[in-house]
Design a protein around this ligand. Structure first.
Ligand code: SF4
Ligand code: SF4
Length: 125
């Protein structure tokens, strides 16, 4: 896909960098990967399992919201859908919106340094 820019952000993203990155945005420190009801339905359909099974196996409930579970990985954590064989997302086609919109999150507008230390595809404009 190449260089992606988005209005309101003072950086661009080189999506070609993902090929040599080993999925750094899916591993490392523990974090939240929020999924909404529509996304849960998409996962259920994609994995062809019952909703209850999906919730039990793959989700963690935080108050009234759900986040994908993490597993221990190296010195930190990995999203439960991180695929070590390809060093990337194991459910790429149906990854949640939070993952699709990375690295263009409002939060990073004021935390560019943090983003640059995590993602090798960030280019300052
Ligand atoms: S950290 Fe950045 S370069 Fe690496 S896989 Fe994620 S989006 Fe791609
Ligand atoms: S769903 Fe895929 S892209 Fe999102 S954090 Fe998990 S492994 Fe990464």
């Amino acid at each position: 896909m190449g260089i992606i820019k988005q209005d309101g952000y003072d950086y661009a993203f080189n999506s070609d960098a993902c090929a040599s990155c080993n999925g750094r945005c899916c591993v490392g420190d523990s974090g939240y990967i929020w999924v909404n009801e529509d996304e849960i339905s998409t996962f259920v359909k994609f994995l062809n399992i019952k909703r209850e099974e999906f919730v039990l196996k793959y989700l963690r409930k935080i108050n009234s919201c759900y986040t994908l579970k993490e597993i221990r990985y190296k010195n930190g954590y990995a999203c439960i859908f991180f695929n070590e064989k390809v060093m990337g997302c194991g459910v790429y086609e149906i990854r949640p919106n939070q993952c699709r919109t990375f690295p263009f999150w409002d939060y990073f507008k004021d935390h560019k340094k943090e983003l640059e230390s995590e993602c090798i595809g960030i280019l300052s404009l």
